[in-house]
Design a protein around this ligand. Structure first.
Ligand code: ATP
Length: 407
């Protein structure tokens, strides 16, 4: 069984993606609140949501090479690997099963959540009663989900455990079309504002036969991966389906009293559902570039500064004349504000290249002049230009540059 783990830089990149999403969706708005709910919920939740009965993929087996495929990923009637004959499609439930407590019988079966969304519906009443929110408002969550995927692959694109970034935005019935349009544009722009090339992004509306039975409309944000256009995020108008189902199964009233309209109803919900790992992969792939600097080939990750694992790297030009000590002091001061690297090994050119390769947007070099006038050079990864900046203005300078949205 394969698994994909994030190393020291990958974990920073993914955290930055999740933080950027949280800031955009939760802390940057006054109409959305966050939630952090359990992975193992009561099994009845998954009956109410329809996952026990319907969260399945069609599965086919090759009779010759025994490999398994998702029927909807296979073109034509034969095995894509060996050309062998395929079995009839069978429905396969993607939820991971486990048992709660010491007794492993059907009465104690539980599931690992296959999406984070249901906990927002289950907590709808709690959030409504403990906040002073009025429609329209949203509940958002970032967290791990689990699916027993038949064909994981394409690196982080499809794995069996992954992190989702989901928003359930509750609206008045009748205002749902407006909010669906709003979120579809907003979500597209989010990827572009963090540097993804617009030509490599598109919104693909679902055809009527692709739509889930409960959804009024659905659109995918897709990215042109090296393996083809593929989904980063789905935005759906789920109507009042989920709250009604949970209300029916739990017997709890999940209606909302609209004081302005003096009426009671079940809100509609617009759901932008994104994947932290898929978007991390897209940001990474999109940032990769090779160019020439002063006649030399270099590899550069043009990550948006907000996503870059290190915001800056500090280098003493020479390993003498007090430069390393001065550089170390600057590094320690900057570390209180940003994630920063320190490097004094090898030529300055080599050190720049190393940082270019991991996407560090700014290089700060302490040289002979620093010792005289307290200025350092600030190098830009993309333009490779350098300006001199007083060391006591570095925090401000870096902050302004990190916050600039992509063009
Ligand atoms: P797919 O059709 O690719 O299986 P989906 O339409 O079932 O995806 P959703 O249920 O809409 O996916 O989940 C929302 C988001 O969660 C997806 O857009 C994706 O970013 C992420 N996601 C879903 N499944 C996986 C997975 N197996 N690995 C990584 N990310 C995933």
């Amino acid at each position: 069984m394969e698994s994909l783990d994030y190393g020291p830089l990958g974990v920073e990149l993914k955290r930055n993606v999740k933080d950027a999403w949280w800031r955009e969706i939760v802390t940057g708005r006054d109409d959305v609140v966050g939630l952090d709910a359990a992975v193992i919920m009561h099994p009845r939740v998954w009956e109410a949501s329809g996952h026990v009965a319907g969260f399945t993929d069609p599965l086919v087996d090759c009779k010759s090479c025994k490999q398994r495929f998702r029927a909807d990923h296979v073109q034509g009637p034969r095995c894509p690997e060996c050309g062998g004959e395929l079995t009839e499609a069978r429905r396969f439930n993607l939820m991971f099963k486990t048992f709660v407590g010491p007794v492993e019988d059907t009465a104690h079966v539980a599931f690992l959540r296959p999406e984070t969304a249901q906990s927002m519906f289950v907590n709808f009443r709690n959030v409504l009663e403990t906040s002073r929110l009025k429609l329209p408002f949203g509940i958002a969550q970032v967290g791990r989900s689990f699916r027993n995927e038949i064909t994981p692959g394409n690196f982080l694109f499809r794995t069996r455990e992954f992190e989702q970034m989901e928003l359930e935005f509750f609206v008045r019935p009748g205002e749902d079309d407006h909010w669906y349009d709003y979120w579809r544009q907003a979500r597209f722009e989010w990827y572009a504002s963090l540097g993804i090339e617009r030509e490599r992004l598109r919104l693909r509306p679902h055809a009527p036969d692709e739509l889930a039975h409960y959804a009024k409309a659905c659109v995918d944000v897709e990215y042109a991966f090296p393996f083809g256009w593929s989904e980063l995020e789905g935005i759906a108008n789920r109507t009042d389906f989920d709250l009604k189902r949970h209300s029916e199964h739990s017997g709890k009233d999940l209606t909302y009293f609209d004081e302005e309209r003096r009426e009671r109803y079940v809100p509609y919900v617009i759901e932008p559902a994104a994947g932290a790992d898929r978007s991390t992969l897209a940001f990474l792939v999109d940032a990769y570039d090779e160019d020439q600097v002063e006649g030399e080939a270099r590899i550069v990750l043009r990550l948006h500064p907000r996503l870059a694992p290190y915001k800056a790297a500090v280098f003493p030009l020479l390993r003498k004349d007090g430069q390393p000590e001065r550089a170390r002091r600057i590094y320690d001061a900057l570390r209180k504000h940003f994630s920063v690297d320190y490097d004094q090994a090898g030529s300055i050119g080599r050190r720049y290249r190393r940082q270019d390769e991991v996407g560090t947007p700014f290089g700060i070099t302490i040289d002979h002049d620093t010792m005289k006038d307290g200025t350092v050079t600030l190098r830009d990864r993309d333009a490779t230009t350098q300006v001199r900046v007083p060391e006591d203005r570095l925090v401000e300078e870096l902050r302004a540059r990190i916050e600039t949205p992509a063009a």
